[in-house]
Ligand binder design. Sequence first.
Ligand code: NAD
Length: 267
Amino acid sequence: MTDLSGKTALVTGSVQGIGLAVAEALAGAGARIAVHGPHVDDVAHAACERLRDAGAPEVRLFPADLLDPEGAGMLMREVADWGGADILVNNAGIQRTAPLAQMPRETWDAIIAVNLTACFVTMQAALPTMAERGFGRVINIASVHGLVASKDKAPYVASKFGLVGMSRVAALEYAAAGTKAQGGVTVNCLCPGWTETAIIEPQIQARAETHGGDRDAGIAELLAEKQPTQRTSDPSEIGALALWLCAPVAHNITGTAIPVDGGWTAQ
Ligand code: NAD
């Protein structure tokens, strides 16, 4: 069992979906959790409650809109005042689909702001303190779309390829920080394929409409195109892998982009 007592984890976008599942796994190992969402609402309060139930010794909500150019910086200053993040999970993300020629410029700007620029700001703020402490884990939730492309996703694919590249740079810059006994500072990406959360719902609905509203048929078609196992992932499976990366045994795993994609990128 990985023991994260005494450690603080900031998980961006942890009020729902993959972020909440990752936060839940870390809470179960005893980490204090800095919960982040765009605003204070019932969804955020429910997530905090769930993380306390999962075993987090302390939970605090830090609202910040990452579309606001000052949002990520403000978030990191507030978390630093709370003791700083030993574990940073950049999970918040958005996706919109359209052919490149029709993709609105505002959509490009928004996706790059949330999926890439905010991660630069959080890593820049968190990594020096991790190096001083000799322990740190940065886990960036990229995507299969950080490794391969699909049509109609130009800004999303650009943001996730950018995130994988930036993570590799940070992994190299902090590779020598800390000792084996301390645990070192590692920076990795997780690259999920189809995972059942709100972000893929518009794509499921679009496919379902072509099958007379049959949602299962829509999911099956999406999987058949890309994900050879024909099975979606559950967010808790991403959480389990993130937790494992936080363990001392993972001190030499850095600069990786680990697919959780049912064979999508093996093709
Ligand atoms: P989701 O829509 O349920 O979660 C997205 C999270 O990002 C939410 O918590 C939301 O509050 C937060 N967020 C979005 N815009 C924000 C903003 N402006 N300010 C602050 N927070 C904001 O979807 P998810 O699947 O849980 O997505 C989590 C991550 O996983 C994303 O980075 C996504 O790209 C990635 N991902 C998901 C899948 C999948 O199939 N679900 C596959 C690959 C990668």
